[in-house]
Design a protein around this ligand. Sequence first.
Ligand code: CTP
Ligand code: MG
Length: 231
Amino acid sequence: PRYFALIPAAGVGARMAADGPKQYIDIGGKPMLRHTIDAFLSSALISHTYVVVSAHDGQIDAVVPPGAVTVLRCGGASRLASVQNALRALAGELGEFDWVLVHDAARPGLNAALIAKLIDAVGNDAVGGLLALPVVDTVKRASMAAGANVPAATSSVARDGLWLAQTPQMFRYRLLCDALAAATDASVITDDASAIEAMGFAPRLVEGHPRNLKVTLPADIRIAEMYLAAP
Ligand code: CTP
Ligand code: MG
């Protein structure tokens, strides 16, 4: 089978609140997105890497290594829409049973070992799967009482059996297209696996690594920098 990487990189990084989209922030001398791309270029298992950016992205050309990856300028208003648009654009290039590894541009700590671990674990699976981490903290359900200044815990959720989804999330091209096409609410379908789950399938969970954190808030930059400095 063939394995393709698809990197959604069309977000604006609202929570990072930097000067521009967070995928272009410098981390240890390289833009975040370049670290992410290089992880896939360093894996011998990946046939080709695609990056999807918004149509008005003016920075991408300076970041991609020429010829090594294909840039799709069809990003949408949500991650879901960006992935959907990109998959549609690839209809002529990918076969229905080809695997697609969808991976956030905002997870620059990915490396070839984690890619291989995921592919080894689910490359023969009927459905597919994703990197994920078991929850280690105690999880609270909270509600906001009228007039309160902070939320209050109403119960604790047993963390046993709870996982935090990472990416890559790998599924066969046709199944992923169908699942995302059936998804309607981008606020509920926040990753690819949730669309697959909504179809009644059960994606495999493969233990990832903290270095594969999603860079979301300003403080995450330093953590990513630390992992990328000491591979
Ligand atoms: N993404 C995308 N298209 C969108 C929104 C997000 O391709 N319309 C991508 C982001 O570029 C990122 C990944 O999806 O690589 C995960 O999204 P997230 O971490 O939420 O990034 P942003 O949406 O950019 O950040 P924020 O939600 O804080 O605005
Ligand atoms: Mg977002």
